[in-house]
Ligand binder design. Structure first.
Ligand SMILES: *Cc1c(COP(=O)(O)O)cnc(C)c1O
Length: 350
């Protein structure tokens, strides 16, 4: 750290991304990536887009917006894209939160929420989960702050129903409710349709997980057009060219190749359900996940022990240090053969 860094930035705690080892070194189940690549058709077309990179990209993501809005049945002016959904979340913090206008999120959730609270000097507060790791929606009613909830939540994988989400929105009519749907395609119900009914709802999503595009960086928000105009105000005051041309192209093809997308998602969901049954036979208790990862615990092992054992077998998963989660590991769902390897390694350990 240099002596020039401002005092507030010198105190930041950075987000720690999951390890990205050399390709092929590990079975990589630590960052909830999709085990399947983008469609062959998408990959093939990128070269033509790259050939025109001397020209600036479309700041409005026109074609991607049209394809996306049509697919989801929303108006084009109710959509904004970003360089990963982390960036959209940052835009939301900048637009709606500060020390007076605070923010509320679950105590156990995506680590970036707290990191952003510090970076943007926002009054961020945490609500404990219930003992079974579920969210009690009443904790968020009339809270007089912006509400930010990942649905399904991470790292638990537990989802709220659409009705519960709606209750949170109705009970905070004068505050923004942000629903982070990074994992919604793996089984939860999207709140996107509610954006037509409520002017205080922002649904945030990403192409990183279900759409196999983590390395391309594409996120989005859907909300009523006034909220989207707010977010565009931030975007055009910061980096109008935030979504590069190749990513815009890949995103549009991903939506057009709906068959390939659904095939990948269905496979992950069926492997997840198989995997949960298999590790239950070994004594693991797994929270009910509607995501592409599971959060699981064993009475006789700490999360770190499971992590270390799997790591020795060249399988990378994630464990967290917090008091309430230290007995768990989070395991992303890979291909069937990846998960067979995990089951074999865990049975060896026990
Ligand atoms: C992965 C993840 C994101 C970030 O996705 P990017 O689009 O890759 O930035 C956002 N929210 C949650 C809950 C996530 O798990």
């Amino acid at each position: 750290m240099s002596r020039f860094l401002t005092a507030s930035k010198a105190q930041l705690t950075e987000y720690v991304p999951g390890e990205q080892p050399k390709r092929g070194e590990f079975i990589k189940l630590n960052t909830n990536e999709n085990p399947f690549p983008p469609s062959a058709e998408a990959v093939k077309g990128v070269g033509d887009v790259a050939a025109q990179l001397n020209i600036y990209n479309d700041t409005k993501c026109t074609r991607l917006t049209e394809v996306f809005a049509d697919y989801h049945g929303v108006d084009s002016d109710c959509v904004i894209f970003s360089n990963g959904s982390d960036e959209i979340l940052a835009f939301c913090y900048l637009a709606y939160c500060d020390m007076q206008n605070g923010l509320l999120y679950p105590e156990i959730t995506y680590g970036f929420y707290e990191v952003f609270s510090r970076l943007f000097e926002v009054n961020g507060a945490e609500v404990p989960l219930c003992d079974d790791f579920t969210i009690n929606i009443k904790d968020y009613f009339g809270c007089n702050r912006t509400v930010l909830i990942a649905n399904p939540n991470a790292p638990t994988g537990i989802a709220l129903s659409l009705d519960e989400i709606e209750q949170i929105i109705i009970n905070n009519p004068n505050n923004i409710v942000i629903i982070d749907e990074a994992y919604i395609a793996f089984g939860g119900d999207s709140a996107m349709p509610l954006t037509k009914k409520y002017d205080n709802l922002i649904v945030v999503g990403t192409f990183s997980k279900a759409r196999s595009m983590a390395g391309a960086r594409l996120g989005y928000a859907v909300a009523n057009s006034e909220l989207i105009a707010d977010l565009n105000r931030i975007k055009f005051s910061f980096n109008p060219y935030n979504v590069n041309a190749m990513t815009q192209y890949l995103g549009a093809v991903s939506i057009e190749r709906d068959d390939y997308f659904k095939q990948c998602v269905n496979e992950i969901v069926s492997v997840r359900d198989w995997f949960v049954c298999e590790i239950a036979k070994l004594g693991f208790r797994t929270l009910p996940s509607l995501a592409n990862f599971v959060f699981t615990t064993h009475d006789s092992l700490s999360g770190k022990e499971v992590y270390n054992h799997l790591r020795n077998d060249k399988i990378l998963v994630r464990y967290f240090d917090g008091e309430k989660v230290k007995d768990f590991v989070r395991i992303s769902i890979g291909t069937k053969s990846d998960m067979v390897a995990v089951v074999e390694s865990l049975s060896k350990m026990l």
